[in-house]
Design a protein around this ligand. Structure first.
Ligand code: HEM
Length: 127
């Protein structure tokens, strides 16, 4: 890992973000806490996540260019995001990072950056 580069560049740019998203969503769909919240056709969500993570990690601002201000907490309000679901989401992300071969130090940094938003999106303690 090169600490003077963005996470985006450390990961290896667009191609790695794409592989990450493709490894992540099958895990989300299979997860009993997360799967039921997502539509059967997961491809539009994957595409938005690819665009969002690109900019979140310091790459091109694909999401904002297409959809405006992310307002991610607000966009999650229609869904019951519990602390257990935030844990599950981060667990799927951790497994996806391992699956695509991201080394431990970088994986830990990515997860740390995502855990702030994940718990910030919690909007209920109930199902
Ligand atoms: C904390 C647990 C989380 C849960 C349960 C969750 C769940 C969801 C659900 C149900 C959707 C909508 C799918 C649809 O279009 O029908 C969604 C969209 C999205 N989520 Fe999450 N999410 C979580 C955390 C995160 C985190 C940490 C990020 C990124 C930092 C994120 C980024 C996104 C993006 C970019 C979208 C697409 C937004 C759009 O429609 O433009 N989510 N999420």
């Amino acid at each position: 890992m090169n600490p003077s580069l963005s996470i985006y560049d450390n990961l290896g740019g667009a191609e790695t973000i794409r592989r990450l998203v493709e490894a992540f969503y099958p895990k989300v769909q299979e997860n009993p806490l997360l799967g039921p919240l997502f539509p059967e056709d997961i491809y539009p969500v994957m595409e938005k996540q690819y665009m969002f993570l690109s900019q979140f990690f310091g790459g091109p601002s694909l999401y904002s260019d297409a959809y405006g201000h992310p307002m991610m907490r607000a966009r999650h309000l229609p869904f019951p995001v519990t602390p257990e679901r935030a844990d599950a989401w981060l667990g799927c992300m951790s497994a996806a990072l391992t699956e695509i071969g991201i080394e431990e130090q970088l994986r830990e940094l990515v997860l740390k950056r995502l855990s702030g938003p994940a718990f910030h999106f919690v909007n209920t303690t109930e199902e």
